[in-house]
Design a protein around this ligand. Structure first.
Ligand code: 5GP
Length: 192
C-alpha cells in the first residue's frame, strides 16, 4: 500500500534494528484519513471471506480494526489486556507475550461476542513474532469460530511471525512489509 509506505518513510522513527515507532499516525496520534484507507484496503483484500466479525487487541489495533469493521459493516471486538485474572467462565483467556513490553499479558474476550460459526477477521497494527495474532486466533478457535484471515498494517518481515502464521494455515495480508531497520533506515520487502 503505497500511501502507507510513504507515511512510514516520512514519519517512521527507527528506534533500533528491531523496533519501528509510528506514533504520529498509528500508535499515539492517529491519522483517520489513512486509517480509512487501511480499512478499505483490508476490506478489498478479504472481500471473498464472508467475514462477520473483526477482532483486534487494545489499544493500537483498535483504529485499523474499527475502520475495517466500518467498511465491512460488521461488529468489531477488541481483546483486553490484563496482568492477571481470577478465573471466570464468561470470558475466553489466552496468554500473549508482548514483544514491545517484554512481559506476558492475559488477553480476554467475552464469550458472548464470538459464536460458533462466526468468520472472524483478525486485525493488528504490527506483526513481529506473531504472539498477538496467534493469541487472538486461539481465542477464535476456543469459540468454535473460524479465522477468516489476518490483516496486519505493518509486518516486520525479518521477524518470524508472518512465516509462522502462514505455516499454521492462516491467510495473512500485510499492507506494508518491512525487510530491515538497519542504520536507522526503513527498507521494504516488496517493490509494489
Ligand atoms: P508480535 O505479537 O507479533 O510479536 O508483536 C506484535 C505486537 O507487538 C503488536 O501488537 C504491536 O503492538 C507490538 N509491536 C511489535 N513490534 C513493534 C514495532 O516495531 N513497533 C511498534 N510500535 N509496535 C510493535
Amino acid at each position: 500500500m503505497q500511501l502507507l509506505k510513504q507515511k512510514v518513510l516520512d514519519e517512521g522513527i527507527v528506534l533500533s534494528n528491531q523496533v519501528l515507532k509510528v506514533d504520529s499516525f498509528l500508535n499515539h496520534q492517529m491519522d483517520p484519513v489513512l486509517m480509512k484507507e487501511v480499512g478499505r484496503e483490508f476490506t478489498r483484500r478479504f472481500a471473498g471471506e464472508a467475514v462477520n466479525r473483526v477482532l483486534t487487541i487494545e489499544s493500537s489495533g483498535i483504529a485499523p480494526g474499527i475502520m475495517t469493521a466500518l467498511e465491512l459493516e460488521v461488529p468489531m471486538i477488541f481483546a483486553r489486556k490484563q496482568k492477571s485474572l481470577t478465573l471466570r467462565d464468561d470470558i475466553f483467556v489466552e496468554k500473549v507475550y508482548s514483544f514491545t513490553k517484554q512481559e506476558t499479558n492475559e488477553i480476554t474476550v467475552a464469550k458472548k461476542f464470538i459464536q460458533p460459526g462466526d468468520r472472524v477477521l483478525i486485525i493488528d497494527d504490527f506483526l513481529a513474532n506473531g504472539e498477538a495474532a496467534f493469541g487472538l486466533a486461539r481465542i477464535v478457535e476456543q469459540a468454535g469460530a473460524t479465522v477468516a484471515g489476518i490483516g496486519i498494517v505493518i509486518e516486520k518481515a525479518f521477524q518470524p511471525g508472518g512465516r509462522l502464521l502462514k505455516e499454521a494455515g492462516y491467510r495473512v495480508e500485510s499492507l506494508v512489509r518491512v525487510a530491515a531497520l538497519d542504520d536507522g533506515k526503513v527498507t521494504f520487502a516488496d517493490q509494489d
